[in-house]
Ligand binder design. Structure first.
Ligand code: ATP
Length: 841
């Protein structure tokens, strides 16, 4: 810190005693007030300090002993009787008034006095010197503008000190300021014309600024504006202002049909009659449980039902379980039912065999509805590869029978003799189905190898779970199909009966529709329209509105199966009371069914290794027929005993993981053994079908599955989905959890989270925490819960110290693992032996 330097007070130069002392400034009253009378103040004697004496002497040795008088500034009135060597520049008001009253008198008096002084000075050299000095001092004062005063009291002294402390530069500048001011005005007046020119030139250069000012100031500014006269300082010519493009900037790269889709609110419902479905079919639909149209159906049906206007293709992006299947099956069957002859009119392509069978059921329901209305009974066929190929060929195509004179009509070419579709004339064959529901691989096989299999009459192409089918190009299926559909040998074959549409209508659907334009372009859509739910946009993936999601922290990953057991044995919410009823209802319906194929899986599904292996139609049916009543009784008893009153679908990351987990669960909780089924891609189709049927009928309560079961499966009684392993993507998560909470029902999804998975789950799936980014739209956020008898909501911050499982439970788990290992070794040995045997023979 620096102390500010304060210089010592300078000695004051006292003025000679005879220098007139001016009175203090007089208050100048407002003009309205009466003018105060000037009263001349009495002279104030000031005692010069002893230390000032030498300085005073230096100025005038005569004043050393004389009392000092105060000298005021120019504005101060003169002291009474004081003699001034010059007239006051600015007399105070009072004095000025006085002067005004007697101007001539006082002036002559002054002149007289000056003359006297001069004469006296001539006579008295001492006095002359003093007067000269006085004049000199006054001149100096005038030049510097500083009038040194003798301090009459403490306050004035302080003021003076303050004045002195001001920077010297300021002091020096001050006197100069008077003169330049005068000079400035003089210069201005001299160069007035030049200044005016410059000002005008500047004005002309900034017309816009002036305009703005005019706008702001309004009329006043207009009045002030002067006409611009140019005098050689014209502004430089400027380019004409560019017209401002006021059109809105857009970063939309999507085509119009995706950027502006048809939106439908979730709560919209309509009766089928309102949507122009005849009352008879509507009644049949009602009897099958379709009482009215769901939201997505209210938007899609008008676009697909016959219409005199030209109609384009339709793309539907709606949540899982929202009823997309019926939205295309209904108009398609109605259209085909107008015909009389059976020709292949529609292709429905799906990614899995289970979905093919599911959609077939919906088609059959609609077929029945339109057949009763006097329409054609539409024939539905499937091609999925679970049948022998030749059998499937003869199920969808037949050779036309023609009368042959030579063999008296007895000769019928057998389908089995066909080798290639190239060598035969398609005209000789007829389709046995109007609609073919198929997987893409099998469809390609039929196009290439089935004689007489033609797409010439096809006018509906439906691609369900489109994002999956477009991403995995099975044998270039799409190119091949589109190529066949583009051939129009006879355009009349593709005319829609009750509309002016001709050609092929494409309907593309998914709960997680791709936004990838290059993929959608592969479909070669014509005048497409996109249907989405209100509040969503292209690329969003909405979850069902009544779905609740929970996350469970797995603190000990090696004991993960025990967490699953605890979850299954907890009082699972939204399932307890409802589940109890479901068991009874389902069991009742199961006992009523006369289906001879009803599940034989309950026993065998627990054997994880054999489940994925050999399975033949014959052995399963004989097993089921023999065991059915016994099995039903067993399931009923077990469901009650195990107190597992709900239903759950458990997803694992692979086929093998699903098989192992289902067996381990059975070992850990033997009471659940007969309630567990397994669904993997290695499971035989027929076994998968039975397992699904058993689950729908309530004979099975728990399904352990790989992602084969994640898309499209409709299990109406499923209440809980459990992500035992985290899904690989957002899309996979949406499809997995979408197996529950379908068609307006409630459901719950549980995810077991290991420490290493937690961050990804919360960020990518739940859309919470740092860097959260998810396209999943949900009505309620994911809840963190802790397992116990009752499932409790927890906050993530809570770090628990006590162990999750007792020592006994851990030991039991290790024992079960050892047994599983043993069984796997034994099974491998058995397989090895059978392979060796096969090689021998
Ligand atoms: N109008 C309706 N009235 C009653 N139930 C319906 C109606 N429409 C569809 N459903 C039922 O809703 C359930 C879900 O339908 P669907 O399988 O078509 O859903 P989705 O949208 O295709 O689902 P995902 O995307 O998972 O395949 C099915 O059980 C179906 O029978």
């Amino acid at each position: 810190m620096y102390n500010r330097y304060i210089p010592p007070p300078k000695p004051k130069v006292s003025r000679p005693s005879d220098i007139p002392v001016r009175p203090p400034p007089v208050y100048r009253a407002p003009e309205s007030e009466p003018e105060p009378e000037y009263v001349e103040p009495a002279p104030v004697p000031v005692q010069t300090s002893s230390w000032l004496q030498p300085y005073a002497k230096r100025i005038d040795p005569t004043i050393a002993s004389q009392p000092t008088k105060i000298v005021f500034g120019n504005d101060d009135p003169p002291a009474p009787g004081a003699q001034s060597s010059r007239p006051l520049d600015h007399a105070p008001n009072g004095a000025a008034e006085d002067e005004k009253k007697t101007p001539k008198k006082s002036q002559s008096k002054k002149n007289k006095k000056v003359k006297e002084d001069e004469e006296e000075a001539d006579k008295n050299p001492k006095k002359r010197r003093r007067v000269a000095k006085e004049e000199e001092l006054e001149e100096e004062e005038e030049a510097t503008g500083v009038v040194e005063e003798n301090t009459p009291n403490e306050n004035e002294y302080d003021e003076e000190q303050k004045e002195k402390r001001k920077p010297k530069r300021e002091k020096k500048k001050k006197p100069k300021s008077d003169k330049p001011e005068e000079d400035d005005t003089a210069v201005r007046s001299r160069h007035k014309s030049v200044f005016e020119k410059v000002a005008k030139a500047l004005q002309a250069q900034a017309p816009e600024e002036d305009d703005d000012k005019m706008d702001l100031d309004g009329a006043d500014a207009e009045e002030e504006a002067e006409p611009v006269v140019e005098h050689g300082l014209e502004p430089i010519p400027q380019p004409a202002p560019v017209a401002f493009d006021e059109s809105k900037l857009t970063y939309e790269t999507l085509p119009q049909w995706i950027a502006s889709p048809i939106r439908v609110t979730e709560s919209t419902t309509k009766s089928f009659e309102e949507l122009r479905i005849a009352s008879e079919p509507a009644k049949v639909l009602q009897s099958k449980g379709f009482k009215g149209a769901f939201a997505v159906q209210t938007a899609v049906l008008p676009l697909l039902l016959p219409n005199p206007d030209r109609q384009g293709d339709v793309v539907v992006a709606a949540p899982t379980g929202s009823g997309k299947t019926l939205s295309y099956v209904l108009p398609m069957i109605q259209d085909i039912s107008y015909g009389r002859i059976t020709n292949l009119r529609a292709l429905i392509v799906l990614p899995t065999r289970d979905l093919v069978q599911q959609v077939q059921q919906t088609c059959e329901a609609c077929t029945a509805a339109f057949a009763c209305n006097g329409g054609k009974r539409v024939k539905i066929g499937t091609a999925v590869g679970n049948k022998v190929f030749k059998e499937e060929q003869s199920a969808i195509v037949e050779k036309k029978q023609r009368y042959d004179m030579a063999d008296d009509g007895q000769s019928k070419e057998q389908l089995s003799s066909w080798t290639t579709s190239e060598t035969v004339n398609a005209e000789d064959y007829a389709s046995k189905v109007d609609v073919l529901i198929c997987t893409p691989g099998r469809l390609v096989e039929h196009i290439k190898q089935t004689p007489g299999f033609t797409l010439d009459y096809v006018r509906w192409l439906v691609v369900d779970e489109a994002d999956k089918l477009l991403a995995q190009d099975f044998q270039q299926w799409l190119n091949l199909v589109l190529e066949k559909l583009s051939v129009e040998q006879r355009p009349s074959r593709r005319v829609f009966p009750k509309s002016n549409k001709k050609g092929v209508r494409k309907v593309i659907l998914s709960a997680t529709m791709t936004q990838d334009i290059s993929m959608l372009n592969l479909l070669k859509l014509s005048r497409p329209k996109l249907v989405v739910l209100e509040g969503t946009k292209a690329g969003d993936q909405s979850l069902p509105p009544l779905l609740k999601e929970y996350a469970i922290k797995v603190r000990e990953p090696s004991l993960k199966p025990l967490y699953l057991v605890d979850l299954l044995q907890s009082e699972l919410p939204a399932a307890a009371s409802k589940g109890e009823k479901a068991v009874e209802d389902d069991t009742a319906s199961a006992s009523e069914t006369s289906d001879s194929e009803s599940s034989s899986d309950s026993d065998s599904s627990s054997d994880s290794e054999s489940d994925s292996d050999s399975d033949s139609d014959s052995d399963s049916s004989s097993e089921s027929e023999a065991d059915e009543p016994k099995l039903k009784a067993k399931v009923q008893a077990t469901a009650k005993q195990s107190k597992f009153n709900t239903t759950a679908l458990i997803f694992t990351k692979s086929n093998e993981a699903a098989l192992r987990l289902s067996r381990l669960l059975a070992l850990l909780v033997p009471s659940l053994m007969h309630l567990i089924g397994t669904l993997t891609s290695t499971t035989k189709t027929i076994r998968r079908t039975r397992t699904l049927r058993a689950f729908t009928q309530g004979k099975l309560r728990i399904l352990v599955a790989s992602d084969i079961a994640s898309r499209g499966l409709d299990l109406p009684n499923l209440e809980h989905v459990i992500n035992y392993d985290l899904p690989i993507s957002e899309t996979a998560y949406v499809h997995r959890v979408g197996r529950t909470a379908r068609a307006g029902r409630a459901g719950a999804a549980w995810t077991l989270l290991e420490h290493s998975e937690a961050r990804r789950f919360w960020r990518d799936f739940a859309g919470e925490g740092k860097g959260a980014s998810t396209n999943i739209l949900r009505s309620t956020p994911v809840e963190r819960v802790r397992l116990g008898k009752k499932i409790e909501k927890v906050s993530d911050d809570k770090e628990e110290t006590e162990e999750d499982f007792t020592e006994e439970r851990v030991q039991a788990y290790e024992k079960a693992l050892a047994q599983l290992q043993q069984e796997a070794t034994f099974s491998r040995g058995k397989k090895g032996k059978s392979r060796a045997l096969k090689k021998q023979y």
